[in-house]
Write a protein that binds this ligand. Structure first.
Ligand SMILES: Nc1ncnc2c1ncn2[C@@H]1O[C@H](COP(=O)(O)OP(=O)(O)OP(=O)(O)O)[C@@H](O)[C@H]1O
Ligand SMILES: [Mg+2]
Length: 265
């Protein structure tokens, strides 16, 4: 039986297709702003990779900020629940999840059965999110996938004092014009994102294991900064950007089994 999870985020669309609630047969990511409809392209890529069609899907669950705009789903489930589901499946020892996406950051506390105990979210401000890193990468004339490499070469982290993305952008431009080392600025940018995310995680009371997910978990510079700030080991979820879609596909599997059972009765 095949099920699908689609995560329509603010920065990217993600699709995961699962076989029998276990084997991932497709996991695709399409960045927003890379052409025509992101969700549609992510779906097409997943069908192409798996050799499957919509008719093969026993159930589809949509999640993410744009989940209600995606009409072809059997059910919509929040991103918090889907990330929790996906992470607990991949890392059963996870008790604290830090998800940093394009427009928000979340800290989720799990119980020993993977249930959501508590969550905290920053969705009011771009600082501390992937958007902040996207803006800074542009100002620093690089791309987000190269930030970690630069961070690794830095001797120190130049602190960013502005809490607002727009002011922080001016601050970075001013530092660059003064000749401050670019890599050290990048390390400071990572430090700033990490300290905001960790603030959310501390509010819930930290419990090991701490797992990072979302697109920003692909940035090892931010992951290192989070580990420093929390003073503990941080696990990065495998393929962190598709964890929410994986959780949605797992929920779709439960949904499909339920529908099958109801159909038989
Ligand atoms: N290859 C990469 N290396 C480093 N960072 C990356 C990479 N790809 C994406 N990112 C970061 O991930 C962010 C997007 O994360 P993600 O795809 O989880 O967001 P989203 O789920 O669409 O957003 P949200 O959940 O806030 O609606 C980008 O803003 C970028 O900073
Ligand atoms: Mg997201």
């Amino acid at each position: 039986m095949y099920t699908m999870g689609i995560d329509v985020g603010s920065a990217s669309s993600k699709v995961v297709i699962l076989e029998d609630g276990k084997r991932i047969v497709a996991a695709e990511v399409v960045q927003v702003g890379t052409g025509s409809s992101g969700p549609q392209r992510a779906l097409e890529m997943a069908y192409k990779t798996s050799g499957l069609t919509r008719e093969d899907m026993a159930a589809v669950v949509a999640t993410g900020y744009g989940r209600f705009a995606f009409e072809d789903a059997d059910k919509q489930i929040s991103e918090i629940s889907c990330h929790a589901k996906g992470i607990f499946y991949l890392v059963p020892t996870a008790r604290t999840i830090i998800d940093i996406g394009g427009q928000d950051a979340k800290a989720i506390r799990l119980d020993s059965k993977g249930g959501v105990k508590q969550f905290f979210m920053n969705d009011k401000c771009a600082a501390g999110t992937g958007r902040f890193l996207d803006v800074m990468a542009r100002v620093l004339e690089t791309t987000v996938d190269k930030l970690a490499e630069c961070d690794e070469k830095a001797e120190e982290a130049v602190p960013i004092s502005s809490t607002c993305t727009v002011f922080a952008e001016s601050e970075v431009i001013s530092q660059l014009s003064k000749g401050v080392d670019r890599n050290s600025i990048i390390k400071g940018v990572h430090q700033s994102v990490a300290s905001k995310a960790c603030g959310l995680a501390f509010r819930g009371g930290l419990e090991d294991d701490v797992v990072m997910t979302g697109g920003v978990a692909r940035n090892a510079g931010v992951v290192r900064a989070v580990a420093r700030e929390l003073k503990r080991n941080v696990i990065v979820a495998p393929q962190p950007q598709t964890t929410g879609a994986l959780g949605a596909a797992l929920f779709a599997y439960e949904e499909a089994k339920k529908m099958k059972k109801e159909g038989l009765e």
